[in-house]
Design a protein around this ligand. Structure first.
Ligand code: SAH
Ligand code: SF4
Ligand code: F3S
Length: 444
């Protein structure tokens, strides 16, 4: 296939998928393909997909219908599906819709150049085999849609926790950690190119494990090594699994100013009955004990969470347990979802999706309303406080303002000064909403 063709890449799903798209862009631009952010000029369209909930797949299907209409007008256009929907949907999408030229799973991106050659000779290409050791450690991602200040670094792939509702272990395969040295050098390279914040990504970063010639590097050690690159480089990470967030890790976070004081600790439910059915491997009490440890060891740490409402057999009492836990934890932020049954999960195979849709919706609304109040309270607490903000760019609402984040990951808006994106600035919070803090600039 002739190189210098233009590739358009659209990404859905989690941060890890966005990070994967940067690896895809890197692999293909190295092979002489051009990357374009303009769909109209593309020769090849890739859609990097997510399966986590039914509505995530729905969005992709709708988008594919649109791409189909483009292909009608331009039969030479190639369309490829990447990512988490690849394995499950390969037969249906290729056989029934005759739309896709390529289907490539998350561990096969190195094969993309060869697969494109194959498609160029008129044959469809499917490669969805998952790997036990692929981490793309040696590939320097091409940063897409970047603000030049913050970047994602994948430190692990896959997941073996097998939460019963979750499709990730089947779409992403075995858990594996990436070479620690390559993570530190990628951070250093980003710093030298002006970046000031990296987010280390994995489905469960706490279980990071790398055997180096100097010994075992666990997540605490990795954090220290990355934090040591430069004190001006901020480090974030996601996601931490509540089953294994040891004190040692919390002390490491407390010790370094540039490790951000913000922990995403998905609880999923406040009911032990649900936690057992979900196979989360902790109880409500154990979760509360860990939140207590965070508050004790890192007093100014923000805590955010994920919650699934309406999981199989969830009673009104279970739901009330979630509400009381949210209240107790006073989360600063939460992602909240209605349970969506996913094929090839243990829940789909062994439990009935028993909570009626209208009850799921009502419960979801109750927890969203509660979280709105908690976020408002959390922001109210910040009134008058002084924060160091890493400036990310111009505020979307006003050309006269910048926005950035404090260490707790809260968005702060303030009037522009001579400092700019990538600089740190000291601000004082003067107003707030449940979503944003508004500040004035102060001289430290
Ligand atoms: N590895 C992370 C989360 C990955 S998926 C962790 O363990 O916390 C992100 C979130 O999607 C999950 O925390 C969960 O709240 C939600 N989720 C996963 N599967 C879901 C499903 N089948 N229905 C609804 N929400 C789901
Ligand atoms: Fe899914 Fe659980 Fe793994 Fe998170 S830890 S990705 S929820 S199986
Ligand atoms: Fe979705 Fe796959 Fe991420 S299912 S949430 S894109 S790991």
């Amino acid at each position: 296939m002739k190189k210098s063709k233009k590739i358009y890449l659209e990404t859905y799903g989690c941060q890890m998928n966005f990070s994967d798209s940067e690896i895809v862009a890197s692999i293909l631009t190295h092979e002489g393909y051009d990357y374009t952010s303009d769909l109209a000029t593309a020769d090849i369209i890739f859609i990097n997909t997510c399966s986590i909930r039914e509505n995530a797949e729905e969005r992709v299907r709708k988008r594919l219908q649109y791409f189909k209409s483009l292909k009608k007008k331009n039969p030479g256009l190639m369309i490829g599906l990447l990512g988490c929907m690849a394995d499950r949907t390969k037969t249906a999408l290729v056989e029934e819709e005759h739309l896709l030229d390529m289907i490539v799973g998350p561990d096969s991106y190195r094969h993309l150049p060869l697969l494109l050659e194959q498609v160029g000779t008129g044959r469809r290409a499917i490669d969805t085999i998952l790997s036990a050791d692929e981490t793309y450690a040696d590939i320097t991602p091409v940063r897409l849609d970047t603000n030049g200040v913050s970047a994602f670094i994948s430190i692990m792939r896959g997941c073996e926790n097998y939460c019963t509702y979750c499709v990730v272990p089947s779409t992403r395969g075995q858990e594996r950690s990436r070479d620690a040295g390559s993570i530190v050098s990628e951070t250093r390279d980003l710093f030298n190119r002006g970046y000031r914040e990296v987010t280390l990504l994995g489905q469960n970063v706490n279980s990071y494990h790398w055997v180096s010639p100097e010994g075992i590097i666990d997540f605490s050690r990795l954090l220290e090594n990355v934090a040591g690159v430069n004190p001006l480089m901020r480090i974030r990470f996601a996601t931490s699994h509540p089953k294994d967030i040891p004190d040692r890790l919390l002390y490491t976070i407390a010790k370094y100013d540039n490790i951000c004081k913000s922990i995403h600790l998905p609880v999923q439910s406040g009911s032990d009955h649900m936690l057992t059915l979900m196979n989360r491997k902790y109880t409500r009490e154990q979760y509360m004990e860990r939140v207590g440890a965070i508050r004790r060891i890192i007093p100014d740490c923000a805590i955010s969470t994920d919650i699934i409402t309406g999981f199989c057999r969830e009673t009104e009492e279970d739901h009330q347990h979630t509400i009381s836990l949210m209240d107790w934890a006073s989360y600063d932020f939460a992602f909240m979802f209605k349970y969506s049954e996913r094929p090839q999960t243990l829940a789909a195979e062994t439990l009935k999706d028993s909570v009626p849709e209208e009850i799921k919706e009502r419960r979801l609304k109750e927890i969203i309303d509660l979280q709105q109040k908690l976020s408002f309270e959390s922001n109210k607490h910040d009134l008058g406080k002084i924060f160091s903000i890493l400036i990310e760019g111009e505020s979307k609402r006003s050309k006269a303002h910048y926005f950035g984040r404090n260490t707790q990951n809260k968005v702060v808006i303030f009037p522009k000064t001579e400092a700019g994106p990538g600089d740190y600035i000291t601000t004082k919070i003067i107003r707030f909403t449940s979503a944003t803090l508004i500040a004035e600039v102060v001289t430290p």
